[in-house]
Design a binder for this molecule. Sequence first.
Ligand SMILES: Nc1ncnc2c1ncn2[C@@H]1O[C@H](COP(=O)(O)OP(=O)(O)OP(=O)(O)O)[C@@H](O)[C@H]1O
Length: 488
Amino acid sequence: MSGGRQVGPHTREWVLGPDTEYRFELDPGTSLAIKLVRGRAEVFGAELVEGKTLLFAYEAKAAVFTWHGCTLEVTGAPSTEYVADETPMAAYANVHVALEKMRVRAQEPEPASDDNEPPRVLVLGPENSGKTTVCKILANYAVRAGQGWEPLYINVDPSEGGWTVPGTISAASITVPIPTASPATPLGNAATSSASTLAANALTPLVYWYGHADTKRNPLLLERLIRNLGENVGERQDNDPEGRLAGIIIDTPSSFASSTTSGADHRLTLIRACVDAFRINVILVVGHEKLNVEMQRTYGNRMSVVKIPKSGGVVELDSSYRHRVQTAQIHNYMYGQAFSPPQGLGPLVQATPGGEAALEQRLAPSSQVVSVEDLVIYRIGEESMAPTSALPIGATRTVSELVPVRLDPTQPGARLHSALLALMHQSAEDAERYDEELLDMQVAGFLALTGVDAKARKMTVLAPTPIPFGGGPARVAIVGSFEWTEQS
Ligand SMILES: Nc1ncnc2c1ncn2[C@@H]1O[C@H](COP(=O)(O)OP(=O)(O)OP(=O)(O)O)[C@@H](O)[C@H]1O
């Protein structure tokens, strides 16, 4: 493995040949600064600007790829760094070209048919195959194509935070290339966290709350949310004929690809839910022959199913890393994140995290006290609490995955302390609603329940910005299985 040329105590220069990439992995608590000195280069499809320094932190793992060669100046001490001359970028670029042809064809004024639909792409693959990276690259190439495309990026992997916190599925139009500075903000910043520190490239995503990282925990709920998101996206696209031409790119959970578990049925049901809900017309399978054959058999007669190679650079992420990242994503939602430049980066260097607006993205969340009558909390899919002995003879305990159960936070059995809550988006018509309609509501924001005073029937909640409670219908929140911890 050849190394970079030392050009300062903490800085190395890497000269990259055409079609190669500089890969790195960071340890906790470290950061890395990369400056493009000469040539052209990109991080997962997002172009670097010559002379500008980019910062990476929070255990980021990524690569700077160049089509025609470049020189990079790298400051900091990654745990791993090397240049790879074998990458799947040519294959990914071919996919982009094919998608671009579909977009252009969809612009033509011939009557709409299956042959001139914009690309609606479902990306499938096993754990650590690089699905998210492929989605980013394809979305970023579309944004860079110079046609004004704003593809819709959809994340249906609840173990990833997307633009907000883990436990969600979400969609947003991509208007500027997605940066890769920190796994705490895998898709860049969202405007929903705090309006006061809006980055210019912050997005307003559509968000639904599933509440868990694991798709097997409540597949019925996930399926319903996928269909809700699909309906919402479909309506938006029908009202925006220009916008829909850029198409859709969907990142999926790795459980959709793991056929050996007993949850195989759910897996296929959830894939079908995505195919129907988002009217998928292209399936990309990242490096998995068996899944590719399975998808060819099921969907090959009505859409393109294409196997694409996995990158040798994808890092195997273990469960403790994933847990740390989820905690960091929740923490980032409340507090934002600050990037400390690595040792050796001159004080005058203007560095930005992954191309985002500011080095300091600190938020000041507000803690507020709310009465339990003004914030009503539900859990979805709790077993009915009546003991079996209290049920009429012959009746079985009802266990429904889709029943919202109202919780009393003042009861110790509610297990709500330190819970992360999704605050639902309520409209005036929602004042009179059926409990089941809670399942179809979008998320307005997230709260952490940090204290309960049972006697006073009050709770303390933390949110990025103050939320008006009281003086109207009660607000509704849903709890999942994520906990709030102060330290990230
Ligand atoms: N070419 C590369 N060089 C270095 N790191 C990479 C490369 N491609 C991907 N990675 C990193 O590898 C990790 C896993 O990639 P990614 O998240 O795309 O995989 P995934 O299949 O979506 O994961 P999951 O199992 O969570 O669904 C990420 O940290 C990503 O930034």
